[in-house]
Design a protein around this ligand. Structure first.
Ligand SMILES: O=P(O)(O)OC[C@H]1O[C@](O)(COP(=O)(O)O)[C@@H](O)[C@@H]1O
Ligand SMILES: [Mn+2]
Length: 631
């Protein structure tokens, strides 16, 4: 409880912002109106894995929502072809207008018709928003005109109609039609998605995670839940050499060296030169993969040895290779190796880096730490990201909350203490932030690597078998044991327990996860526990399309409930522009409500309600003469 005196002081301060009775009335009326508006639309996506081109398209087509709205507004007015053309214009206005110009199709009539259509669509899509928000969403410089056009003066009325016609004619005759079309398309896309959540894994496998992050840095409303691949890169940016070696290895495996070299100005040339010398009969990329894998497994072993808390001794493996017999020894058995040539390993001391290996990893470390662009992206991940997020009653996180075989939150021991459930995730999040912003203590920096691949890591939730997958032929040894969480999240009681642990309503909340690719083609569904948990890793990543059979999911939460949009294959942006080739998307309802959720039911609504209460008290002070209005 706030003491009476403090409360009075607070209201005094508030009176500076609302210095007259009228200003309090106006805000009270406004805020009460806002509470009754429908809940804004949220989109959730995960596991983008560097797949810039299709993600770029999905951001532009708002996961297929623009097309749905165009279909609704112009059912009678446009043919299918006109609708597709109009949609492409909204997705890619600059490119589409240039293409039309080349064909000499940009007449004043075209501009007029198009702007009127855009206006109709923008009006249709703005019904959920408060006027202030719409004004904010209009690109700078176009505010007053678009606002006036939108405010919908009735066409039947002669004077406003002429007024609007005149505005439009002038706008086109002075050559600003193009600019206005552009501004409208930005507005429409902003209105379609009020909030974007990315539930982890920007990096690895796909070609341009850097371009995805560049683009999202300009997004108007986004939050991020870190995935294991993000934490790996964050660890690399903190200077963790094992994370760096793993990042480089994965990048080479997927043939994406450009991400490092062009995207982040990190040169892998010294590694290639060294690898060519060590493995002269291999192709350059394969040689480099081998060279960095050996560095990785050597530094991993050193890291594990200096951190007994990680309990990962079983992941020290270079000493399990029989270098004379050329095989891998595991559980008393011999396994064939995929490569038997290890010129940089001393069997007597297999974890020792050679001088050259040491120089290479040190140089890579400097490059990672000094890459301005990488550090910029990582700071963005820290700023917008967290390990988990409770948002409008839902719980968002990438991987899992560790549980035992009975489904109870498992105590995890670190730095002399046990943590479980939410407290464990809070501990991990604090460590992740400390690794970047705090004193660089060795345990915390090493912990970033643990989070990438440790069985108790909430972002990984499985024991990764990178060594076996790299060196051992028998795929039996490639299997990665997972946390029991993944065997329970299809059970309602379990999801309710998790939601409750995070202070959420178990009857209405949902858990939203990424991380585990859903094999739609095998009949697997992302909807678990009757909709209490939804796993939205649909495999944006091309390399995983064969596994999932689709090209990604978008989960949409609006005032009517939840639905899942399944994206089918996408050709490329050029085809999208030239031939109106949109991503085919199929939408399925997950949960439909008979009522409409309003802003009053959201977290923002709770804050607004508090503001209303405060203003109400201020109004009483003014009315009762206890506080004198400043104006
Ligand atoms: O978070 P994700 O996407 O599951 O990635 C982690 C997985 O990737 C792997 O490193 C395998 O990677 P690839 O499939 O890209 O070769 C596994 O060992 C690990 O389980
Ligand atoms: Mn993942």
């Amino acid at each position: 409880m706030i003491a009476q005196e403090q409360w009075y002081k607070y209201l005094q301060l508030l009176s500076e912002k609302y210095p007259s009775r009228q200003s309090v009335y106006a805000e009270l009326i406004h805020l009460n109106g806002v509470l009754s508006l429908p809940k804004p639309t949220e989109h959730f996506m995960s596991d983008l894995h560097g797949e810039y081109e299709s993600f770029f398209h999905i951001l532009n087509n708002c996961s297929g929502v623009i097309k749905e709205k165009v279909d609704k507004v112009f059912t009678e007015k446009m043919s299918a072809e006109e609708k597709a053309d109009f949609c492409t214009l909204i997705y890619y206005p600059t490119e589409k207008l240039s293409a039309l110009k080349k064909k000499n199709l940009l007449s004043p009539e075209y501009y007029k018709k198009t702007i009127l259509n855009l206006l109709d669509l923008a009006k249709f899509m703005s019904y959920k928003y408060q006027p202030r928000e719409i004004t904010n969403a209009i690109p700078k410089g176009y505010g007053t005109i678009i606002d006036e056009l939108l405010r919908g003066r009735p066409d039947a009325d002669y004077v406003p109609r002429v007024y609007r016609q005149k505005m439009l004619d002038t706008l086109i005759s002075i050559g600003s039609g193009r600019d206005f079309i552009f501004a409208f398309t930005v507005l429409i896309k902003r209105l379609a998605v009020a909030r974007l959540h990315i539930v982890g894994d920007f990096f690895d496998r796909g070609k341009r995670p850097d371009a995805i992050l560049d683009m999202l840095m300009h997004h108007h409303s986004i939050d991020i839940q870190w995935g294991n691949h993000d934490v790996l890169w964050m660890g690399a940016a903190c200077g963790n050499e094992t994370c760096i070696a793993e990042v480089v290895r994965i990048t080479l495996k997927y043939n994406n060296v450009e991400v490092l070299e062009r995207g982040y100005a990190i040169s892998v040339r010294p590694l290639f030169l060294f690898a060519a010398k060590m493995y002269p009969s291999d192709k350059p990329n394969e040689a480099a993969q081998k060279a960095i894998a050996v560095i990785l497994f050597k530094t991993e072993a050193q890291l594990i040895k200096r951190n007994p808390d990680f309990a990962m001794q079983s992941r020290i493996l270079l000493d399990k290779i029989d270098y004379a017999e050329k095989c891998f020894l595991w559980d008393g058995k011999k396994y064939a190796l995929r490569t038997t040539y290890f010129p940089t390993i001393d069997p007597q001391d297999p974890f020792q880096l050679t001088d050259e290996e040491c120089a290479i990893i040190k140089e890579l470390r400097s490059s990672f730490m000094e890459s301005a662009q990488l550090q910029h992206h990582i700071q963005f991940l820290y700023q917008k990201g967290s390990l988990y997020k409770c948002y409008n009653g839902n719980l968002l996180f990438h991987g899992c909350v560790p549980v035992d075989e009975k489904g109870n939150f498992r105590p995890i021991h670190f730095e002399g203490k046990n943590y479980s459930g939410r407290a464990y995730l809070d501990y991990v999040e604090q460590k992740i932030r400390q690794a970047y912003f705090g004193e660089k203590d060795p345990f915390t920096i090493d912990f970033m690597w643990y989070l990438w691949c440790g069985i108790n890591s909430p972002v990984a939730g499985r024991e990764m078998k990178t060594f076996e997958r790299t060196f051992v032929k028998d795929k039996k040894l490639w299997e990665e044991p997972t946390d029991a969480y993944f065997r329970y999240y299809d059970q309602p009681w379990f999801c309710e327990q998790v939601l409750q642990e995070f202070g959420l309503d178990p009857n209405h909340g949902h858990i939203i996860n990424g991380h585990v690719p859903i094999k739609v083609k095998d009949g697997e569904t992302p909807i678990k526990a009757g909709g209490k948990a939804i796993v939205i890793d649909g495999g944006f990543c091309r390399a995983y399309h064969n596994k999932t059979g689709i090209a990604g999911f978008t989960l949409v939460s609006n005032s009517r409930g939840l639905r899942l949009i399944e994206h089918r294959d996408f050709t490329n942006v050029k085809a999208a522009i030239m031939d109106n080739k949109d991503i085919e998307s199929v939408s399925k309802s997950v949960e439909v409500q008979s009522y409409q959720t309003t802003i009053a039911d959201t977290e923002d609504g709770e804050k607004i309600q508090e503001q209303i209460n405060d203003l109400y008290h201020l109004m009483l002070l003014y009315k009762n003469g206890i506080l004198k209005p400043l104006e």
